[in-house]
Design a protein around this ligand. Structure first.
Ligand SMILES: [Zn+2]
Ligand SMILES: [Zn+2]
Length: 468
């Protein structure tokens, strides 16, 4: 505990004042002015934390504030977390919380309010109380170019009979600096979420001191520091190349491969050549769905950007379907005034559109489940293609409705019966089929907007990979 210098009470980081505030006497203390014996000094590169582990999913968070405990942020389990003391790699930088919990709840309410079909529990004030402040570790790269680089330039001129090509060796004295290129360093924090709440303004980074964690949790950095190295370097390289091409003296040349000339010219974090850990603030909320999946709401506590999984309540959707069934019947009556063949073509088109939508939903679910696009997760846990699970969550059978509808339409068009009622009958059958497929789309949507319960089993038994 960080004790108040005035009365000895517990200190907590206070967002409006950006200082530590005493629970009892409200004295404000500068976070840099206070330390405990566990904080060690800057040389040791480590500091003492309490590590909380979820007995159900293995998710881990750390804090320097022994007075807070609670449920698991990642899987939403309400069981007590296991706590133990540990030394953790010391982050170099931190962006402190700027949005308070109240701000965060307001932001969430605005988003959830628009989600008409969301289950009502998601809008319950008691549930919103469960938002908790977590610092997410990021690998932060500062990339610098200060070097002479040379690359080839070409100029072509045309005379009446020849093309003349001159080759030049262009030289430039580079002095460029990219600071704060950052990537989520936690395998348990989904890259999708970190992307959708990005960016953090790294100009707001301050030097880290452990007392900033009072009242908050921090996720641990457990992905390899080199995982995003190439991404960071190539981001800097691309921008630098574009800028070189814009240099006035160079615009009259055809310039060769700049990227190649820049290769290896970068310096990362001065001489260190390694990224540093920066802690970035988010408000995090998890919701366990009735079918044992989990939905997250995450708010960037610096900018207020939000990413929320908002599933559709099946009950609400059924009610809505019944209500729109009435205008659909009205629309059908209107269709009856059109020629039978046109009616059939229109319903056929609708069936094809619903099939395309269904197929896209299925492939998106598969992609999400394979986690191919979550580099941090993939590097740590490897391919997790659980074929059984994918079959369970993304079955093809929802497409049957629209397919049967299309078969009926095709059959009627081929047979070309004289009696109009065949056409109308086929159109109605196809509409019913489309309806079944759309219901399937809604079900699949719910799977897309929630996540399977996390399992961080690899972490059990103390994983110290962040230290190497
Ligand atoms: Zn006090
Ligand atoms: Zn858990």
């Amino acid at each position: 505990m960080y004790a108040c210098p005035n009365c000895g009470g517990g200190l907590r980081f206070d967002i409006p004042s950006q200082k530590l505030k005493c629970d009892y006497c409200a004295t404000l203390t500068d976070p840099y002015d206070i330390s405990r014996d566990k904080d060690a000094d800057m040389q040791t590169d480590e500091y003492g934390v309490t590590l909380f582990t979820c007995p159900q999913c293995g998710g881990e968070v750390v804090t320097t504030d022994e007075s807070i405990t609670g449920f698991c942020t990642f899987c939403g389990a309400s069981t007590m977390l296991d706590a133990r003391m540990k030394n953790e790699k010391r982050p170099a930088k931190i962006i402190t919380f700027k949005k308070t919990k109240e701000d965060c709840k307001e932001i969430y309410k605005k988003t959830a309010g628009r989600a008409f079909f969301a289950p009502k529990e998601l809008k319950d004030p008691e549930y919103l109380e469960k938002f908790r402040g977590i610092y997410i570790p990021y690998w932060v790269y500062d990339i610098e170019y200060s070097k002479d680089v040379a690359f080839s330039g070409m100029r072509q001129t045309a005379t009446a009979t020849h093309y003349i090509t001159d080759y030049y060796r262009l030289q430039s004295n580079l002095d460029a600096e990219y600071t704060g290129i950052s990537y989520d360093a936690s395998a348990s924090f989904d890259d999708h979420i970190s992307e959708s709440i990005a960016p953090f303004n790294t100009a707001n980074m301050q030097d880290f001191t452990p007392s900033f964690l009072c009242g908050f949790y921090a996720d641990t950095a457990d992905t390899d520091k080199n995982l995003y190295r190439d991404d960071a370097v190539s981001a800097a390289q691309t921008d630098l190349s574009n800028n070189i091409l814009k240099i006035n003296k160079f615009t009259s040349y055809n310039i060769g491969d700049i990227a190649k000339s820049l290769e290896g010219a970068e310096r990362i974090n001065q001489e260190e050549d390694d990224p540093v850990i920066g802690l970035f603030p988010v408000w995090f909320l998890s919701y366990r769905t009735p079918d044992n999946r989990v939905a997250y709401a995450v708010v960037n506590a610096e900018s207020g950007e939000i990413s929320a999984d908002l599933p559709v309540s099946v009950g609400k959707y059924t009610l809505f379907s019944l209500l729109i069934a009435i205008p659909i019947f009205g629309l059908l009556a209107f269709l009856f005034t059109m020629t039978p063949k046109v009616t059939l073509f229109i319903t056929g088109a609708i069936a094809v559109i619903s099939l395309i939508a269904y197929g896209r939903e299925i492939s998106e679910i598969k992609k999400r489940h394979m986690k191919y696009d979550d580099k941090g997760f993939y590097a740590k846990y490897g391919p997790k293609a659980d074929e059984e699970e994918i079959k369970k969550v993304a079955p093809g059978r929802g497409a049957i409705g629209a397919v049967i509808g299309l078969i009926i339409i095709a059959a009627v068009l081929i047979i070309n019966p004289v009696d109009d009622y065949w056409y109308y009958g086929a159109a109605i059958a196809a509409i019913i089929g489309v309806f079944i497929t759309i219901t399937g789309i809604i079900r699949r949507f719910n799977i897309l907007s929630t996540r399977p319960l996390p399992k961080f089993l690899n972490r059990k038994g103390g994983d110290d990979s962040a230290k190497d």
